[in-house]
Design a protein around this ligand. Sequence first.
Ligand SMILES: [Zn+2]
Length: 446
Amino acid sequence: MIKKQGKIYEELRAYLNELPVIDTHEHQIALCSNNQELDILSFLASCFYYPSDLYSASIDYAGKAGSTDIASKQDIVQFLRDSSNSFDDRYEVWLKFHKRTCYTAYAKALFDGMRECWGLADISKNSLLETQEKMRSSRNQDFYDKLLEKYNIKKMIVNIELLHILNGARFNRQVCLFVLDLPSYHEINNMSSIRKPQLQAILGRNIVTLDDYLEAFEKYLVKSIEFGIVGMKDQSAYTRRITYEYTDRGTAEKIFNKIISNPRDNFGTEEVRPLEDFLFHQFMHLADKYRLPVQIHTGHMAGLRNEIAKTNPANFTNALELHQNVKFDLFHGGWPFMGEFLFLGKNYPNVYLNMCWANAIDPLYSIEFFKRALFTVPHAKILGFGGDTGTLEMTIGYIELAKDNIAYALSDMIDMGWIDMDSAKSISADWLYNNPEDLFGLGGLL
Ligand SMILES: [Zn+2]
């Protein structure tokens, strides 16, 4: 938790607790079933993104000291998650590496969330075991619903494999809204990536031509819209530079035909890229046709050992220029590319800037962003919060941190004489609720 002295901060921070929130990006379906065997070290080691920091701090981890069994071959997070290793052995290892990374925002926000949700007071063995008992007995749907209510989270925009949901998987209908995840539909490199069962089923025949593929995708999209999706989402930045060349159809079709004519072959990344780029732009034309906003991953990536330059939001410029009627919701504060991120928000009427996850990656960056954004970008285009988690305890820790960051930034702006308290309150309501409500057309849903 970030604190700042002074009445202005305190008044604003208290006001933020009263506001309704739309959580603009999540990977959870807001259901919670009780687990009598919950293991707290395994739980903590599964709360991405904190485990990434544990990995990052443990290059010298060599497994359980003196062990010759399989556990010694597990990496640190696998070891912690595997409850067949004794609690005491795991606690000892966890404490050593946790102490190296306990001040990152990932770590502090997770443990703040654990304190908020379960009263976890410290990281002693006893406190962890007591909390484990509480979680075993009370971590259920009632727990989940009460926290959503307490933190006034009205809706979550959820990014999971939509196919499961369309096929009838359960989810919390009160809270969850979905987006269609695009990458698997444009990452085409062999026959099976073309002939996806869900696309062939909706087309009613085998996909043979590029036209078949596009027709099947559009039908699947329409089915998803009828179900109620509120947008599309693309996170190709994990694997490629987010510059999509505007490729001509003939070039794309030749590659498609080669793949479909060689059903047992896999094709290389460079060879299929023009087809992938073509498909991406076709999907953006569909986003325009069906008035769907598109969420785009930019900046920092989950996990380790990825390459950052390819995710610079400025790489996405040509798509922003080509698809001027599509509203793009650029993610993660563009961390660490704040300058480029702010420029895109200022320069393109079709760009919205989303601080999902960013608040928990780097609070100081976020505070600076909120201040600079107020100076430079229309405040109606800023989305203040998205947890980007799969676990409610993390969402709670992250939402508290996001509110701290917003209150810190806007109280600084009041101190500077740029805005007054009423304006600060109205801006924060826009950032946390009104702007996402407007962008995703949720007016009638809430
Ligand atoms: Zn995400």
